[in-house]
Ligand binder design. Structure first.
Ligand SMILES: [Zn+2]
Length: 213
């Protein structure tokens, strides 16, 4: 029996027919349907299932090839955009429900920060001024410390899971001292490491401030 000649692209790889829904889940992209772009790089030539970690709850989810094709070619999503949130968190966000918090009682995070920093603050001549521990997840929780006309503001932005420290000078100038986001997944280990990194940055700022004032 004569052996049929098979094109190379059919012999290599998985050996199957090239179909829009091959076993790997690959779907060829229709570049003419993607949103307009001004760059020749980074354009998806095909879609393939992509695992990702939800930025809100830390859950692992798969952004399927079919979902990507719909996003880029039907919804005309930016070619630079990627899936960030799982289905549950996307629905909760649309409904205005706050995202799950990495750990309960986020207001207590600033208490831990304050306990770490307060001795250095006091030594540098700063005194506690005011604070807000909003229960609204869209609002930052903050602690302000004052030294004369200067202010050091420590904040935790709940929905970004981000710590920030800002120094307001007597002249009215602002200076960003530290800006650190809790990495995903928001495990207790990551939360503790982020607090440590944040307090260290603020303390070294205070030390430097002392040496130059
Ligand atoms: Zn989620």
């Amino acid at each position: 029996m004569a052996r049929r000649r098979v094109p190379r692209y059919k012999r290599d790889g998985d050996g199957g027919e090239a179909t829009p829904h091959s076993p790997s889940g690959r779907i060829p992209a229709d570049l003419t349907k993607q949103a307009l772009h001004h760059s020749y790089g980074g354009v998806p030539l095909f879609y393939e299932d992509q695992p990702f970690t939800c930025v809100d709850c830390g859950k692992e989810e798969v952004w399927t090839a079919q979902q990507q094709q719909w996003w880029y070619e039907v919804a005309k999503g930016s070619i630079y955009s990627r899936a960030k949130r799982c289905g549950d968190c996307r629905r909760a966000r649309r409904a205005g429900v706050p995202p799950p918090q990495p750990i309960p009682h986020v207001g207590s995070l600033l208490k831990i920060v304050r306990a770490d920093i307060e001795p250095t603050l006091t030594a540098a001549g700063f005194a506690f001024d005011s604070r807000s521990n909003s229960r609204d997840w869209r609002e930052p929780a903050w602690n302000d410390f004052r030294r004369g006309d200067q202010m050091l503001s420590l904040a935790y932005e709940q929905h970004e899971a981000r710590f920030s420290a800002e120094f307001l000078e007597a002249s009215g100038g602002h200076r960003s001292v530290a800006n650190i986001q809790i990495p995903q997944p928001p495990s207790m280990q990551n939360v503790v490491a982020t607090i440590k990194e944040f307090t260290a940055a603020v303390i070294s700022f205070l030390d430097a401030l002392e040496s130059y004032s």
